[in-house]
Design a protein around this ligand. Structure first.
Ligand SMILES: [Mg+2]
Length: 255
């Protein structure tokens, strides 16, 4: 008997209209300009520093941490990238001091950076009714997202009235490691009150990290097949892989 279901967030419960690399960059640039405006308000700025130079610095660091995360499988949260960028600008004596920046200020910068993305994610047509139906079945529901800012995921869920359906919401930003590391799944099971019961829990996601992670942690898995392919996707080699094309089809796998 199934006791719990864990969902992935992006392209499983939510979609981003017309996703493309250009669209992502455009969206993040918009967010980053908001973070820059906040830094100026807080007077953590220097008139010789241009927005372009800051964007360039930030992009370089983000790329650096992205490559590092591929190697280490760790998540480097966006707040940490801001801290890193600003500390190096201070070391180079471009910015005088960072005294106005507390931990919550770094979190706020990260939230602004992801604010455009927050507006773009929309739930699939059947997401809400499927979660409602699952909720009626006395199952534990959780979400695991590989995302560098915990608050962004929470905000999107709340904005669409879906946060209330989840017993547990885990992000790699908060936990520190990314799917497919089995530990993020063990951590989630424990928080669901289903420790060592992975074989009665279904993980549903749209990519390699979800399915292979679930296999490593001995969970059941179901692939949500996306309509479009992403570049550089890893092939999922799992025998008898169960697949669905509509999120509501998960209801057929609960017996
Ligand atoms: Mg996904």
């Amino acid at each position: 008997m199934i006791k719990g279901v864990i969902f992935d967030f992006g392209f499983t419960l939510f979609y981003f209209d017309n996703p493309s690399v250009e669209r992502y960059y455009e969206c993040f640039k918009k967010g980053l300009l908001k973070s820059i405006a906040r830094l100026k308000e807080k007077q953590v700025w220097n008139e010789n520093l241009t927005n372009e130079a800051f964007v360039k610095n930030f992009s370089k660091k983000r790329e650096h941490f992205f490559r590092k995360s591929l190697k280490t499988k760790m998540e480097y949260p966006t707040s940490l990238i801001f801290q890193n960028v600003l500390e190096s600008l201070k070391d180079e004596e471009i910015i005088d001091n960072l005294d106005n920046l507390t931990e919550s200020a770094y979190n706020e910068l990260a939230e602004l950076y992801h604010s455009c993305e927050e507006d773009e994610w929309e739930p699939f047509e059947n997401t809400k009714e499927t979660l409602e139906e699952l909720g009626l079945k006395n199952l534990k529901l959780a979400l695991i997202s590989n995302h560098p800012n915990h608050k962004t995921i929470k905000n999107v869920l709340k904005k669409h009235g879906l946060f209330k359906f989840f017993n547990v919401v885990v992000t790699s930003a908060k936990y520190g490691k990314r799917k497919p590391d089995p530990n993020i799944f063990y951590h989630t099971l424990k928080k669901m009150g289903l420790e060592n019961q992975g074989n009665s829990v279904i993980m549903c996601g749209d990519e390699y990290a979800d399915i292979i992670g679930a296999e490593r942690a001995n969970l059941q898995s179901i692939l949500f097949e996306r309509k479009y392919k992403f570049p550089f996707e890893k092939e999922i080699n799992v025998s008898n892989l169960r697949k669905i094309n509509n999120i509501s089809e998960i209801l057929d796998f609960l017996e």
